[in-house]
Design a protein around this ligand. Structure first.
Ligand code: BEZ
Length: 211
């Protein structure tokens, strides 16, 4: 199944390092991050999971639950987590799905046969509280992802869902934001009391509304 932005993220039951999980029950009303990695006991994955664990407070601040996946056995996950905690100086508290039968990987298209016939690639989805898929990225096995970028996308999604704005290139929380083309400049001046800067009729900025 090929999942696209705006699709409903499919539910599943799975075995995980923290026991059996129903994906929707795990997410509840939170935002969610579901990410796959190629294999346990591999160096890049060790750094990715360790760093994600260190960001737990950041994810919690954004009302977001994290869940990882690879096609290894649950006992491997549990033993590898001890290594991650030791080497990355953290305490992994989120579940890692043991997708030995590849049921979830196939559901979410995490296996790209021309990259690897057996291992999952580095895919990551952001799922909103309505269970809609809002971000999909896929990286090769040899390139660790930038999880600070995932926080930045969460900030952008949560801001643009609440306020009628968009975020420009390399935007960081607190920077000026973009007024979408659907809003006239006259309307924008009423809607955004902090001010409107017109560079071109289609390129207009306003200070971030909620700061
Ligand atoms: C790693 O996580 O280090 C890794 C996994 C598969 C291929 C290359 C690197």
């Amino acid at each position: 199944m090929s999942i696209k932005l705006g699709d409903t993220a499919p539910n599943f039951q799975a075995v995980s390092s923290l026991g059996d999980i129903n994906f929707y029950d795990y997410l509840g009303d939170s935002w969610g991050i579901l990410f796959s990695h190629p294999a346990d006991y591999t160096p890049v994955c060790t750094t990715e999971l360790g760093y994600t664990s260190k960001l737990q407070a950041e994810f919690a601040e954004r009302g977001t639950k994290v869940i990882a996946l690879s096609v290894d056995e649950v006992e491997d996950h549990q033993n590898w987590i001890k290594d991650i905690n030791e080497t990355q100086d953290t305490h992994v508290a989120f579940p890692i799905i043991a997708d030995k039968d590849k049921k979830v990987s196939e559901l979410y298209d995490f296996i790209h046969p021309n990259a690897s016939a057996t291992a999952t690639v580095r895919s990551l989805l952001i799922i909103d509280p309505a269970k809609k898929v809002r971000l999909i990225i896929t990286y090769p096995a040899s390139t660790g992802r930038n999880f600070n970028e995932i926080l930045r996308v969460l900030d952008s999604l949560q801001l643009t869902d609440t306020h009628h704005v968009a975020t420009p290139v390399n935007w960081e929380y607190g920077d000026d934001v973009i007024i979408p083309p659907a809003i006239s400049t006259e309307e924008a001046r009423e809607k955004f009391p902090k001010g409107v800067t017109v560079i071109k009729p289609y390129l207009r900025y306003t200070p971030q509304p909620n700061t």
